[in-house]
Design a protein around this ligand. Structure first.
Ligand code: NDP
Length: 317
């Protein structure tokens, strides 16, 4: 067990975690960060799985996702954030100071910011690994405007609000957008449903699932199966966008902190506070609405400012 008690431990190293670290370090809180691997992924969060990021302000020519996260990390490091490339295996938020146990280190901390993000669900079709980022994406807002999708048929998989939102967004770029849903009724809210059904550039493909992506280096089509008739159908497509939901990375916090039914961390409206005083959440681990790098960074900043204020009020830092 460690003797030293940290002021602030940050769990997760995406835009939310690093922004929190930059603010906390500059406020002399000397933060300690668990960078995490997110179950076999990599430190740095979801941006490390994308290519060009064209909507992060300050980079008018766009920037590669992993490169952007390297810059975030460098900035955290510059102000003295201590980082360890381990996943967190267990936390104890029931006793103070809090305990965070990583793969091989254990840390005690007065305050914690959780920024472990979320993972876009994948379909696990046979060609997925090969064509990931080469036409298959889990984020239309991130990738939809890339040149190789322009004026080409595109496919969105899913039937929720995200699927409709992404399909609608993609109509700006694609020649047609096929919205492929496994049932014959959308899950999306009424207003979004109506929007999709009215849009002339969106063609619904009901009762169908993706069997595989077609293409050698880049996606050239989507192989579907109709679940009612078992009929296969191949659509010509330059892009396949998964919108089948995200899974928040909160497994390790179950039983320690209040979660929503969907697994996302519940925060108090208008704050980054969780139900445990001194534990804050930032980024996609609580935000299932916007899910953008820049909004995650914004909440990371807010969480650090709230943690700093709370530690000050309690006379802990
Ligand atoms: P949802 O869980 O609401 O929807 C996921 C969709 O993917 C469902 O239609 C589901 O089908 C389908 N799906 C899931 N797994 C598979 C699979 N293996 N194969 C094929 N299809 C699959 O996720 P969303 O990301 O759409 O939304 C998450 C939350 O965020 C919701 O509460 C939503 O309202 C909210 N949101 C709000 C927005 C807004 O207000 N503007 C924008 C985006 C999201 P089925 O319906 O059959 O279960």
């Amino acid at each position: 067990m460690p003797d030293q008690i940290e002021n602030l431990a940050i769990i997760g190293s995406g835009p939310a975690g690093h922004t929190a670290a930059i603010y906390a370090a500059r406020a002399n809180l000397n933060p300690f960060m668990y960078e995490g691997y997110v179950k076999g992924g990599s430190a740095g969060g979801q941006l490390t799985t994308t290519t060009d990021v064209e909507n992060y302000p300050g980079f008018p020519d766009g920037i590669n996702g992993p490169e952007l996260m390297q810059l975030f990390r460098k900035q955290s490091d510059r102000f003295g954030t201590r980082m360890v490339g381990e996943d967190v295996q267990e936390v104890d938020f029931k006793n103070r100071p809090f305990t965070i146990r990583g793969d091989s280190t254990t840390v005690k901390a007065h305050a914690v910011i959780i920024s472990t993000g979320a993972t876009a669900r994948r379909m696990a079709v046979p060609s997925e690994e090969k064509l990931w980022n080469n036409g298959i994406s889990a984020c239309a807002v991130c990738d939809g405007a890339l040149p190789f999708f322009r004026n080409k048929p595109l496919v969105v998989i899913g039937g929720g609000d995200t699927a409709v939102e992404e399909a609608t967004y993609l109509t700006k770029f694609g020649s047609i957008v096929y919205l492929v849903h496994r049932r014959d009724e959308l899950r999306a809210s009424k207003i979004m449903r109506e929007r999709a059904l009215k849009n002339e550039k969106i063609e619904m493909v009901w009762d169908s699932v993706l069997e595989d992506a077609v293409g050698d280096e880049f996606v050239t089509g989507a192989l579907l199966k109709n679940l009612k008739t078992n009929e296969p159908r191949e659509l010509e497509a330059a892009g396949i966008f998964y919108a089948i939901g995200h899974t928040p990375n909160t497994e390790v916090f179950q039983g320690q902190i209040e979660l929503e039914d969907t697994g996302y961390i519940r925060i108090k409206p208008g704050t980054q506070e969780t139900n445990i005083e001194g534990v804050f959440a930032a980024g996609d681990v609580h935000d299932h609405k916007y899910r953008q790098a820049v909004t995650a960074a914004g909440t990371g900043c807010a969480a650090a400012l709230e943690a700093e204020r709370w530690l000050g009020e309690k006379g802990l830092a």
